[in-house]
Design a protein around this ligand. Sequence first.
Ligand SMILES: [Mg+2]
Length: 242
Amino acid sequence: MPIVLFSDIDDTLIQTKAKCPEGAALEVGGFDKLGEPLSYITEQQRKLITQFERHEFIPVTGRNKSALDRVAIPFNSFKVVDHGAIVLNANDELVADWVAAIDELSQVWQPILEQFNAAINDYIKAHELSLRCHIISDFDFPCYISIKGEPEHLVRLKSFAEDFCSLGDNAREHVNGHNMALLPPYACKKKAVEFLQQHYLALEPGTLFIAAGDSSSDLPYMNECHFSIIPGTSQITQDKLI
Ligand SMILES: [Mg+2]
């Protein structure tokens, strides 16, 4: 009976050195664009990854494909990237049925993403904020707006995020630490996971689905799985403690 693991990557399987426990034995888990080590895997994360690799192991990440390629973990099955906007098969090709599902919607949302991106960049410039904002496109699809920088500057964009979410139709905001994303309806980890679950259930109705993730925005897809794995220190567990 197959077991399928849907796992977030950053702050779940790897993280920057600053977020690793002091004195922990680490291995490199990911590289920056210049090929320098950027993220690390603890011994405990290595043990978890080794268990995951024995089954269908599917990354479900906000990273785009080229950023996923900089992660030092081999993925040999489907891949969910760009916060769920893009679903790839084991050969890194777009899954045709998924493209059919998002094609029209992404064309509708392209001008909206461009409008918000331009307005946010104007605001960042006018107020001299330490933020970088741009549209993440992948495989010729506009996937989402990414804003990175100081958390105290990110909160200054609250009204833009509210306006974006008020467009409805599952438009959402994701915020965790130094990252903010404004997500159109098709950039949805939950929808991508549900799509792949249908694939596995057609093959084997008894498939076991396990999810791993750290962000509150991971919870919707984790809730679609039979069991969830959450790091001891995470946005999800912090939210529960407050
Ligand atoms: Mg994460």
